[in-house]
Design a protein around this ligand. Structure first.
Ligand code: ADP
Length: 487
């Protein structure tokens, strides 16, 4: 049932991640509690309303052609609005579906039967296309059908009248929809969180007041226009859709910017730490070297520290420079025909020189591998990065294998390790700039989160693609494919 909560929460901007939102509906959901009452109420009520609406409108009083067309237009709009919810300024979590605007309009313009059918089909279509769990489809569709039928019943209680009366009627009908909808959701939340019903309902109402007010006023505008001419209402759709799309795009961009900002902060913290550690070692070693009376072994070992740590510093600064060059489009690949076997051999030989003793690095090469159309230096850079990562994120004793394969007209380079592995949800994001699985370096493994970003950019510049296959705790295989060179 967690999924249902998330969906309904998204629809009404209820905080569905309690830890993050920390407001009225805070306590975590207990998975053992089965919310039988709200589930039975929504599903059975929804099913009865839907059947009654279908039987009554098809068998007893079939709608006219223009009514069917109008209802179809409202249904189409409701499905689109449900599928593409929009963010509303000032509403803290998630996005709001504006489908209720069209369902309420169906209730006011037509009757409870068409409203019920539109409500059911809207939710069921979107939830089925999204491949939600059956129980969630049943609950959400039931809630929409019941709320729509209740809205239609409220509308049927009004008689024809002035425009003002029509607007008041739409407000009342919107409220009826809202009350049934939120009532069932509140009941569900109360059961799932084992909380008293009334305070939960109050919290639900408070956190959904703004979306409700916006939807109610949009319903009034739509119905008033439709009353003048349905064509006018249809004309409103164009600007509405473009505003909604613009809003979604803006919101997505803002989200991305916020995420980038957070990652940059993280990057500054990590890089400062990463710079300080080798700098401190180099400084300490140089100070000690100044002392007289050091033996040759001591000198040798201190010089070794300076060599290793200054190499680490150089790599770090290189990564930052590369990322900045790639970002500003100052890197171009010199594509030529290269021997992939020689490239792998070169890199592996160099890596062997500074491999930790417990880590083994082997190669599986096919000498018949065709030449690749690539920039040799950049291929090496990618391979070095992948092998360095395989070493860094390995367990105490790890086996790393670099292999080459021909796949159709492409050459596949793979680096396999049996190290920590990467959770599925992170496998795409690790190629993003600054993204690290362990930003706080709890495991003590440092890094800037730029290595894989640089690899991806370089491989793409050479008309290839890069990906990872991994299982947490079992290891990872990073692979990239490049086009074979023309013979
Ligand atoms: P860095 O290693 O500098 O943090 P990268 O961009 O090279 O940055 O890698 C991003 C993240 O992907 C790393 O922080 C690490 O969590 C994860 N990662 C990369 N390679 C491996 C690997 N072979 N095994 C497990 N995790 C890896």
């Amino acid at each position: 049932m967690e999924e249902t909560i998330t969906q309904t929460a998204r629809r009404y901007h209820l905080p569905h991640r309690p830890a993050r939102v920390g407001s009225t509906l805070v306590p975590p959901v207990s998975p053992e509690i089965r919310p039988v009452l709200p589930l039975v109420a929504a599903v059975s009520g929804g099913a009865v309303s839907f059947l009654a609406a279908v039987v009554s409108s098809l068998a007893i009083d079939p709608p006219k052609g223009s009514t069917t067309l109008g209802a179809l237009a409202l249904l189409g709009s409701a499905v689109i609005a449900e599928a593409f919810p929009v963010p509303i300024e000032g509403v803290s979590a998630g996005r709001t579906s504006l489908a209720t605007v069209f369902i309420v309009a169906a209730a006011v313009i037509y009757d409870w039967r068409l409203a019920g059918v539109v409500g059911f089909l809207t939710m069921a279509t979107v939830e089925i296309v999204r491949r939600r769990a059956a129980v969630r489809i049943a609950f959400n569709s039931g809630v929409y059908t019941l709320a729509a039928a209740a809205a239609g019943a409220a509308a049927d209680a009004f008689s024809e009248g002035s425009l003002l009366r029509l607007c008041i009627e739409t407000l009342v009908v919107s409220t009826a929809f809202y009350v049934v909808n939120i009532g069932l959701l509140g009941l569900l939340f109360a059961r799932l969180r084992a909380q008293p019903v009334l305070p939960t309902l109050r919290g639900t109402l408070v956190s959904t007041t703004v979306p409700f007010a916006i939807m109610a006023s949009l319903s009034v505008i739509l119905v008033a226009l439709w009353d003048r001419s349905p064509y006018l209402a249809v004309a409103l759709l164009g600007p509405l859709v473009s505003i909604a799309l613009y809003q979604r795009r803006q919101h997505d961009t803002l989200d991305r910017l916020r995420e980038l900002d957070r990652l940059k902060d993280e990057f500054i913290a990590i890089t400062s730490h990463e710079l300080r550690t080798p700098l401190a070692s180099v400084y300490g070693a140089a100070m000690t070297l100044q002392r007289h009376g050091l033996g040759d072994d001591q000198r040798e070992s201190l010089l070794g520290v300076i060599y290793r740590e200054s190499g680490r510093l150089a790599r770090l600064v290189d990564q930052v420079l590369w990322a900045s060059k790639l970002e500003s489009g100052r890197v171009t690949a010199e594509i030529e025909s290269c021997d992939p076997v020689a490239l792998v051999d070169d890199v592996v030989a160099a890596e062997h020189a500074h491999l930790p003793p417990a880590v083994s690095l082997t190669v599986a090469l096919d000498d018949a591998t065709p030449r690749v159309a690539a920039d040799g230096e950049k291929v090496k850079q990618v391979l070095v990065n992948l092998i360095d990562n395989a070493v860094k994120y390995s367990t105490d004793s790890s086996a790393i294998e670099v292999s080459l394969r021909t796949v159709d007209d492409r050459v596949r380079f793979s680096v396999r390790d049996d190290g920590l592995g990467i959770p599925l949800v992170e496998q795409q994001r690790i190629f993003d700039k600054f993204h690290r699985l362990d930003p706080n370096m709890r495991r003590g493994v440092g890094g800037t989160g730029l290595g894989l970003y640089i690899c991806k950019q370089l491989v793409e510049q050479m008309n290839g693609h890069i990906w990872v296959a991994s299982r947490e705790g079992e290891g990872s295989t990073f692979a990239f494919e490049l086009p074979a060179a023309e013979a």
